[in-house]
Design a protein around this ligand. Structure first.
Ligand code: ZN
Length: 217
């Protein structure tokens, strides 16, 4: 059998390697992206470059909930809000007594889509692995300390809802969080079993998320 070895130009190969690092994108899909860009008008590549630059320069991480947001000034709507916090944390009509802890931003957006939860959020930034957990635990501990400080300093939070995915690592994280939040003297609740075991909030439908929040315990 004749073995055909295709040597790609370094520029092509380099970009394939970059795209292949994206979640769920393997080398074949990465190569399709690169050849699509090669075949497309320069305008498409220019737009992509500009969008990536804007993503990094125009966005900030909210110091209260860790959500990525775009300060109003960059949207051309006047000066940025003075505290530089996201629009959810800055919204006076949100219930400041409720804080919903999620693993990642996409879970927050899934809950926001239901439009029924009116409290605030806290993005934990990951879950605690069952094994090899030292480095992750350090990062998560630093993050949880910020949540504890927020509860203790503001005295506004009355309940923390742990909206963590019901996977094995998620359950492990819930137990760990409960221990870390001991002594805060506030109610700690978890989502009701609407999200199937092993399932993920990001893929659940809006009604399931809504009922899981309403029936939390
Ligand atoms: Zn925020």
């Amino acid at each position: 059998m004749l073995l055909v070895i295709i040597v790609l130009s370094p520029s092509i190969e380099n970009l394939i390697k970059i795209f292949a690092k994206f979640p769920t994108i393997g080398p074949k899909t990465a190569a399709r992206f690169v050849f699509y860009l090669l075949d497309s008008p320069a305008l498409i590549s220019d737009e992509l470059i500009k969008s990536i630059q804007n993503l990094k320069t125009n966005t900030k991480v909210c110091p209260l909930c860790f959500r990525v947001f775009e300060p109003l000034a960059t949207l051309g709507a006047g000066p940025s809000n003075e505290k530089n916090i996201c629009e959810i944390c800055a919204n006076p009509s949100r219930d400041k007594s409720l804080v919903c802890v999620v693993e990642k931003e996409i879970d927050l957006e899934a809950i926001e889509k239901t439009a029924t939860y009116k409290g605030l959020y806290f993005i934990l930034g990951g879950v605690l692995p069952i094994l090899k957990k030292e480095t992750v635990e350090q990062t998560l501990t630093t993050n949880v300390e910020k949540l504890r400080d927020r509860v203790k300093i503001t005295h506004e939070v009355k309940e923390i809802i742990l909206a963590i995915n019901p996977t094995l690592e998620g359950q492990n994280t819930i137990l760990w969080l409960k221990r870390k939040l001991e002594g805060c003297n506030i109610k700690i609740s978890c989502l009701a079993q609407g999200i199937p075991l092993g399932g993920e909030i990001e893929y659940a439908d809006e009604q399931t998320i809504e009922s899981a929040i309403q029936n939390r315990r």
